[in-house]
Every structure is written in C-alpha cells, then in structure tokens.
Design a protein around this ligand. Structure first.
Ligand code: NAD
Length: 484
C-alpha cells in the first residue's frame, strides 16, 4: 500500500505527549503514513502570527488534505484569532463528527448504554464571529444559517447514519424562538428526512433535547445540530459517556479533513506523562478510516478496547474497583501496542468494512425562483433622550411620497411604540421600522431608503445599522417585534 501523505501538528500543553503516543501506536499497527510535521498554536501566536498557523502548514495541507492536529492553547488577551475556527473555515470543514460511547463497566459512567454520534455544523451560526458594539450599552452578534449549509450537514448526517447502520437521526434547534434561522435548519431537516425512509427522524427543541441527552442518552443515535448547540452538547455528550479524554473527532470537508481530540491542551497536565492519549488515538482511527486503511483502523481500535478492558488505565479514568494498573501516557500507548491483533471480550469489538464513503459534494448556491421585493427598512438608532422625543423626531422623517410609514419602535426586540410599556427599562439603542403598508402594492427603492437615512441624519438622529426588509413571494423575510 502506498503511504498516505498527512500533515501533523503536535500542538500545545499535553499535545506533544499524546501525539507521540498516538503516532507510536498507529505506526506500530502498520498505518501507511507519510508524515509532514509543522508547528502550530501558542509558539506561532507568540511569534507575532495572530492566526497561530505558519504559512508552511497551509502549503502542506494543500498538498496532503489530511490533518492530524494536537490540541492547542489559545493565548489569553485580545488580537488572537481562534485557530480552530480559522482552520475549519479555510479548509471548508463543514461537518464535525464526534462519536461518544460508554465503555461500561471499565470506565465509570451513569449511562452504560450510551452510543451517540453528534454531527455538528461547523461553519455557520454565530461562529461567523460577526459582532459589533452598536452603542454605549449594546453589543450585537449576527447569526447566519444558510439553506445550502443546512442541506449539506443534514444530508451528511443521514448519509452517515445509513453508512454506519444507525437507526435514527435527531435534530435539535431553538426554532420556537429563532423562527427564521433555526426555523430554516429545522425546515430543511423535515424536507430531507423523507428521502431516507429507512431511518427514523425526530426534532427536539434544544433545551429539552439537551436535558434528555444528559438524562437518557441511550434514546439517541445520531444527532445533527447547528454550530453553537453542537459545540456545547458534543462536550456534554463526551463527558457523560465517561471522559472528554476518550472522545476523538473528525472535521470533514469536500476537499480536506482534520482529525483531533475533543478536549483541549490541558496545560496543568503537560510534561508529566499523565494525560490520556485515547481521544487523539481515536481521532487517528477516524483518520485511518478516512484514508481507507480499514484493517489498521480496526486493529488499533480493538487493541485499544482490549487495553481498557484489561484495566490498564491513565489517571483520569483510573478507578480502583475496575482498574488493574495506573499507567502514564507512553505506557498506555505501549499497552495498546502489546495488544495489537487482540480483540475485546466483553466490550463490542469494532468491524470496519469498506463502507460507502459519505457524500459531501458542496451543494451549489441555491438558485431560488422566489420573487424578492424591498418593502422597508429597520433602522437602529442610538438615542439617549425620552421615547416621546424619539417618536417626534422619527415622525418628522416620514415622507408620504415614498409610502413608508413608521410601523413600530422597539428596544432590544420589545415593541415600545405604538404599544406602550410604562416602566419598561430602555437601553440606548432603538430599532425603528419603516415599511410600506401591507395593503399596498407599492415597493420601496434603495434610493428611498438612502433618502430616509439622510432625513434621519438631518434630524440629528444617530443611526447605527440598517437592515433592509424584503418580502419573498409576498411573504415577509423578517420577524415581527416582540409584543406586537
Ligand atoms: P481541556 O479540555 O484542556 O481540559 C478540561 C479538563 O479535562 C481538565 O480538567 C483537564 O485536565 C482534563 N483533560 C483534558 N484532556 C485530558 C486528557 N487527554 N487526559 C486527561 N485529562 C484531560 O479544556 P480547558 O482547560 O478549558 O482548555 C485548555 C486550553 O485548551 C485552552 O487554551 C483552550 O482554549 C484550549 N482548547 C483547545 C481545543 C482544541 O485545540 N481543539 C479544544 C478545547 C480547548
């Protein structure tokens, strides 16, 4: 078998120790890897590179398209970009897959039957990191969910479930509140699910879904989530399965893939040979599967299960009632190597077949035939005087010729005019909605919105931000204020 080129970065904290242990096991098992090694993380950040990634690593990744990455430490303080987010975005790694499995009775867990795969959308949501300080009081964050991004991750989840003989795909969103963003994710889930009649599907509001996951994880199989919920709940799932030190993860894109441990760099454990290398090792197993080296992946995984079962445990999972021997990082790796070719007796051995590779072609930009019409604008304004003064100033800016009327004013999403809310706390940022009446067929032009802004400015009103209001096929592409 020809060697597969891969890029490796040891990372920070416990990274170098667990990466050494991982590579030792993979190579001892016969993995065919042509390794290119690069520095990443703290040292690169502190050398003045705000991304934490040296240019040579990018060149290597464009050659190898496969990255085995140790955990990194993000230096505290401003100016440093999250390396993980940059990596996922730059390589288009849209799917984050985290299998979380209980290894009862060898690793303590309250959920002995747990076997859940979390599939997290990895590129969108609030992780676009679009944040602004709007006023002295208010900061904002833009949450972005695309139809094409949702289709791609949800289809991936169903394809993954099918390829891995799973039975059910669950989707968690908060679409009772976030009707448009999470609503779109949920809607796409409902559209795609019937194309997989062999799989069950269900949707939970994320709060009760998360509570059920923490309480009875055995009722779930594959869970697909938008980015933020996926980030939080995949750590919860890894921890309740036994330990974050046992969960590996893959980040899959159409043209590249990255494999890592779920946990971070655990700096307090660094350089003591006590960290558990299992999560990164299982990340390595996922990488071997991605590379098509199924037999080696199976050999490593089963030897690792057998090591757990033989009670050879690192300190984080050591439990005198089931453990036989407390070992360090490198000794654990040696114990796995000693068991290569063996299988677990009590735990279920893994069988990796040449599975159908999950389809992840990028979905082309959604060419919608919907008719898009501009019908108004939401203008965010900083205003420190009374609400009555604001109403008077805004009403002076209405021009009957353009047809837009002042429909409402809200404060942090709650309508404060025309409905009155006596006694409500008002922050210094208001939203004024100017819109043509829904009964008219008249439309608004960009020029009319610009003229409106000029009138606001000449009234001495400080506008902060403008969101244009569009109808799509006559239906509003925006939500109502709260309390309408
Ligand atoms: P962490 O995951 O490093 O540690 C959380 C807890 O789990 C600690 O108690 C730690 O001792 C324990 N732990 C983690 N990995 C372990 C292992 N392999 N063996 C035994 N115990 C283990 O999270 P943190 O302390 O919040 O973050 C430390 C640093 O890691 C931060 O700089 C953070 O930004 C970074 N981080 C990086 C990644 C990544 O590179 N993918 C992910 C998360 C956090």
């Amino acid at each position: 078998m020809t060697k597969a080129p891969i890029t490796v970065a040891y990372g920070d904290g416990i990274g170098p120790e667990i990466m050494r242990a991982t590579l030792h096991v993979l190579q001892s098992a016969g993995a065919q890897l042509d390794i290119e090694c690069y520095e990443i993380g703290e040292k690169v950040y502190l050398s003045g590179n705000s991304s934490g990634i040296e240019p040579a690593l990018w060149e290597s990744l464009h050659r190898t398209k496969v990255f085995l990455k140790g955990p990194i430490t993000t230096p505290q303080g401003g100016g440093f970009k999250s390396l993980n987010v940059t990596m996922r975005r730059a390589l288009g790694l849209y799917a984050n897959i985290r299998p979380t499995i209980a290894y009862h009775p060898f690793v303590a867990t309250k959920h002995p039957q747990m076997d859940v795969v979390i599939i997290r959308e990895n590129e969108e949501d609030v992780y676009a990191g679009i944040e602004h300080r709007q006023s002295h009081d208010i900061v904002s964050c833009t949450k972005l969910i695309s139809r094409s991004g949702s289709e791609r991750i949800i289809r991936y989840a169903f394809e993954y479930a099918r390829a891995h003989d799973r039975k059910k795909v669950s989707c968690f969103t908060k679409d009772n509140i976030l009707k448009m963003t999470d609503g779109l994710f949920h809607q796409v889930f409902q559209e795609i699910a019937p194309q997989y009649p062999d799989l069950e599907h269900e949707h939970w509001i994320v709060d009760i879904g998360a509570a059920l996951l923490a309480d009875t994880p055995e009722i779930f199989d594959v869970i697909v989530l938008p980015n933020l919920y996926g980030d939080i709940l995949s750590d919860v799932a890894a921890q309740i399965a036994g330990s974050v030190g046992l969960a590996g993860s893959s980040n899959i894109g159409a043209n590249a893939a990255m494999f890592e441990a779920v946990h971070g760099s655990a700096p307090r454990l660094a350089n003591q040979n006590i960290a558990n290398p299992s999560a990164l090792l299982l990340g390595g197993v996922l990488m071997l599967l991605h590379l098509g080296q199924f037999e080696v992946a199976q050999k490593v995984h089963n030897a690792w299960l057998r090591t757990l079962e033989d009670g050879i445990h690192t300190a984080d999972i050591f439990n005198p009632t089931v453990s036989q021997e407390k070992v360090g990082t490198q000794e654990f790796a040696s114990a796995v190597i000693d068991r290569l070719g063996e299988e677990p007796i009590q735990l279920k051995a893994v069988r990796y077949k040449k599975e159908k590779i999950v389809s992840h072609q990028p979905i082309p930009f959604h060419h919608s035939q919907e008719k898009k019409e501009l019908v108004g604008a939401d203008v965010f304004l900083q205003f420190n005087q009374s609400l009555e003064d604001l109403i008077i100033a805004l009403e002076c800016c209405i021009d009957t010729n353009d047809g837009m009327t002042l429909e409402m004013i809200d404060n942090r999403g709650m309508i404060v005019w025309p409905q009155k809310r006596p006694g409500i706390f008002l922050s210094d940022s208001f939203r004024a909605r100017f819109r043509i009446p829904t009964t008219t067929v008249q439309k608004v032009t960009h020029h009319q919105v610009i003229n409106l802004l000029e009138r606001l400015s000449s009234q001495g009103l400080e506008f902060l931000n403008v969101e244009l209001l569009y109808n799509f096929d006559g239906k509003p592409g925006f939500t109502q204020g709260q309390g309408a």
